[in-house]
Design a protein around this ligand. Structure first.
Ligand code: ARG
Length: 262
């Protein structure tokens, strides 16, 4: 049974790869369509989050608006569960994955990435008064994460019991309600979500000082989208070089670490 599952999985990957080459967006197809379609999980401030009126805003949305302008097309934003974005990009449903994607060797087997435009890390968040004070205290504990993220991978690799949620807000709720001991999430998003939560005056959350992992963020494309990926890369690299990206981090109240710091 296990063998069949593995074979089926391998076959479906081959199928998706074959599909993606045929259906992958190109610079020409995007220009012909007149719009760049991005898929994003808008639960990740300051990179992408959904406002009360349903609009999606953040650093990566500003970057993609600049990219669309440079390509002479409009921007179409599709909100998608984080763990479905890369498959959707690979199968040609979306032109770009825009979701604070950390570049990993595993993901590079399935998608193309632009160069990184910033560096982030994973952070541990606990309720105020928790006995967990450092990474070592997480042993044997239950942690919440967003499904399909590098946080999930990191926690599984470290042997923690993992509760995976579709959205970061649900992962945060789990630690607030006490159904898990800690929440692991990217550091800049942790800072903003914890600040917003604590300002509400309810149960307070604390970010532990342990900095874990180094995660370069980039944008993801299907194999077959090489020319589109490189055109977007040129625009983004220009924005890194001329300080536009750093200014966007400042606008969104986040400390900026250049990818070169790696
Ligand atoms: N950087 C992490 C990863 O690549 C988390 C990204 C989560 N993004 C989001 N928009 N919710 O897995």
């Amino acid at each position: 049974m296990k063998k069949i599952a593995v074979v089926l999985m391998a076959l479906s990957l081959v199928f998706v790869s074959a599909l993606s080459l045929a259906d992958a967006a190109t610079l020409d197809s995007v220009k012909a369509a007149g719009t760049l379609v991005i898929a994003t999980s808008p639960d990740f401030p300051p990179f992408e989050s959904m406002q009360g009126d349903g609009s999606i805003v953040g650093i990566e949305i500003d970057v993609m608006n600049a990219v669309a302008d440079a390509l002479g097309v409009s921007l179409t934003i599709e909100p998608v569960n984080f763990d479905s974005i890369l498959l959707g990009v690979m199968s040609g449903s979306y032109d770009v994955g825009v979701s604070g994607f950390s570049v990993t060797e595993e993901r590079k087997k399935n998608v193309l990435f632009t160069d990184a435009y910033c560096l982030a890390a994973q952070a541990i968040v606990v309720p105020e008064g928790s006995a967990i004070a450092a990474k070592a205290d997480l042993e044997g504990k239950t942690v919440s994460v967003q499904s399909g993220t590098t946080a999930e991978l990191f926690c599984l690799e470290n042997g923690y019991t993992v509760d995976a949620y579709n959205t970061n807000s649900d992962a945060e709720m789990a630690v607030l309600s006490g159904s898990v001991d800690a929440w692991v999430i990217d550091d800049l998003t942790a800072a903003q979500m914890v600040k917003a939560n604590n300002a509400g005056g309810g149960k307070q959350l604390v970010i532990l000082p342990d900095a874990m992992t180094t995660e370069p963020y980039a944008f993801a494309f299907a194999f077959g989208s090489e020319d589109l990926c490189s055109a977007v890369n040129d625009v983004v690299n220009g924005m890194v070089a001329d300080g536009t990206i750093a200014a966007l981090f400042e606008k969104w109240d986040a400390p900026y670490t250049t990818p070169a710091a790696e």
